[in-house]
Design a protein around this ligand. Sequence first.
Ligand SMILES: Cc1cc2nc3c(=O)[nH]c(=O)nc-3n(C[C@H](O)[C@H](O)[C@H](O)COP(=O)(O)OP(=O)(O)OC[C@H]3O[C@@H](n4cnc5c(N)ncnc54)[C@H](O)[C@@H]3O)c2cc1C
Length: 348
Amino acid sequence: MGTVIVGSGLAGVTVAEGLRKGHPDRSVTLITTETLGVYPRPLLSHGFTREAQREKLILKTFDALRAQGIEVLSGAEVLAIDRAQKILRYGLANGDALSISYEHLVLAPGSAAFVPPSLQGQARHFFTLNSLADLDRLNQRRKAFLDKGAKPRVSILGGGLIGCEVAADLAGAGDTVSVVHGSDRLLERVLDAEGSMRLHQHFVGIGVSLHFQKRVDGIQILTPGDSPASMAFTESGRPVTSEQDILLVATGFSPRSDLARRAGLKVNRGIVVNGQFQTDDSSIFVVGDAAEVAPDPDKPGTLYPFVAPIRSQALHLVGLLTGTAQGEWTPPAFKPVLKVPGFKLTPG
Ligand SMILES: Cc1cc2nc3c(=O)[nH]c(=O)nc-3n(C[C@H](O)[C@H](O)[C@H](O)COP(=O)(O)OP(=O)(O)OC[C@H]3O[C@@H](n4cnc5c(N)ncnc54)[C@H](O)[C@@H]3O)c2cc1C
C-alpha cells in the first residue's frame, strides 16, 4: 500500500516525483493510459511546424520515472474505484483486468477535448488535439496530402487559445487554414476588442481565413469516398466554408470526472475538492484539469486548467502529504499566454 496516482500529465508526474524526492521509502505508483512517455501538452499546438522535432516532445520516458523509484503502469486505464476496500481496478490493452490497493489515491486524469453535442455522433470525420497520439494521427492525415505535393486544407472550429495557436502553426507549416468561430471576434474571453482586432489582422496577414458568428451544428461530406474525402462544418445544413480536407474541433476542454462520479464522489464541472485538494473521501485527492477547487463548500469551485496553477497545486499537495506544508492552497497570479509567433498580446 502507498500512494497511487492516476494520470501521467503535469499534475500526476509532479506529485509522483515530489513524493519520491527525499522519501525513498515511500511507495508511489503512477497508472496511466499513456504509452509514449511524459510530454508537455502546450507543445502540441506547435507540433506541425516542429514535426521534425517530434522525438523532443517526450520530456521523460516512463523508464526514467521508474529509475527514480516510481512504479509506472503504462497503457493501463483505471476503470473503477472501490472506496470501501481502497482498491483501484484497471484494464490493460490486452484485455487483462487487474487491481491495486492504495492508502492515498491522487486523481490527476486531466481533461478531454470538449466536443459540442451536435458533433459527437460524427467523431470519425474530425480530429481533436489533446494528446501526442492525437497529434500523430493529425500529422499522418496531413502527410497523405503533403506526399502528393498538395497543401492540406484545414478548418478549425473554435477561435479560443488552442484553436488560434493551432491555426497559426498550421499556417506556418504551409497548410491552407480557416477558423470558424461562434463569437464575433477571436479569443473574446482573453483579449479586449482591440487585441482581437490585432490578432484578426495578424491572421489575415498569414493567410488564415476567418468565419465569425457561425453556429456550427453538423458536418457535410462534400466529396464522398474513402478517406480522405472533402467536407465542411455546417450551420443549419449549409456549409460554412469551402471544401476542406481536415476538420479539427477545438471548442474547449471537459474535465475527466466519470471515474469519480461512478465512485460516488461529488462532481460539478470538475471533481469537487476542498482547499487542500481533498474530496469528500478523506483518502482521495484531485489535482490538475480535473479538479474543481471549492474552499467554500457552499459555493461553486474554480477550475485551473493551466500549467502554472497546476504545478503549484501538485507541489502543495506533495507538501500536505509529506507533512512539509499546511493549510489551504492559494492560487498563484498567472495570465494565459497566447503562443502565436509574430503576435504579441501587448505592444512592446
Ligand atoms: C493543445 C494544448 C495546448 C495547451 N497550451 C497551454 C499553454 O500554452 N499554457 C498553459 O498554461 N496550458 C496549456 N494547455 C493546458 C495544459 O496543458 C493543461 O492544463 C495541463 O496539461 C493539464 O494537466 P493534467 O496533469 O491535469 O492533465 P493531463 O495533462 O490531461 O494528463 C492527464 C493524464 O491522465 C491520464 N488518464 C486519464 N484518465 C485515466 C484513467 N482512467 N486511467 C489512467 N490514466 C488516465 C491521461 O492519459 C493523461 O496522461 C494546453 C492544452 C492543450 C491540449
